[in-house]
Design a protein around this ligand. Structure first.
Ligand code: FES
Ligand code: FES
Length: 161
């Protein structure tokens, strides 16, 4: 076992982990941050996306020890300070961008990373960026719409999914 320390959603976090412990397991099991979902064991689904030092990362593809000293952001830290949904979360609600919700934390974290780099993405750019995030329920249409709405673009011309 080895000690790992990082900042998670602005707070210091540390714990003892095995060398093989994944960041996703550390967040969920050691810190209780179960909003980071694990939907596969093949690094394909994207339900586990978090931000590590500002970059979107599949937390199941990174060892906890690799995040030593990093700034990690998870879905639990995305709401506004008063507890209300942030712009992206609210847009998912407003545009029915989720059904079962299993993929949603990863979708929201990926969307946040996309909009940071590309504040007004086209529909094609959103779809391209979400290539690593799978959703079994929605057909993606309303997720794309929600992300474009969160970017402040008029989505009224996009048909309902
Ligand atoms: S759990 Fe990480 S990609 Fe599926
Ligand atoms: S809302 Fe169910 S998997 Fe995406």
């Amino acid at each position: 076992m080895a000690k790992v320390s990082m900042t998670v959603n602005g707070k210091a976090a540390s714990g003892d982990v095995e060398g093989r412990t994944l960041l996703s397991a550390f967040l969920r099991e050691a810190l209780g941050l179960t909003g980071t979902h694990v939907g596969c064991d093949t690094s394909q689904c994207g339900a586990c996306v978090v931000h590590v030092d500002g970059l979107a990362v599949k937390a199941c593809t990174m060892l906890a020890l690799e995040a030593e000293g990093a700034e990690v952001a998870t879905i639990e830290g995305q709401a506004n300070a008063d507890g209300s949904l942030n712009t992206i979360q609210q847009a998912f609600q407003d545009h029915h961008g989720l059904q079962c919700g299993f993929c949603t934390p990863g979708m929201v974290m990926s969307a946040a990373a996309l909009l940071k780099d590309n504040p007004k993405p086209s529909e094609a750019e959103v779809r391209d960026y979400l290539e690593g995030n799978l959703c079994r329920c929605t057909g993606y249409h309303n997720i794309v719409k929600a992300i474009m709405a969160a970017s402040g673009q008029d989505v009224s011309a996009i048909a309902a999914g």
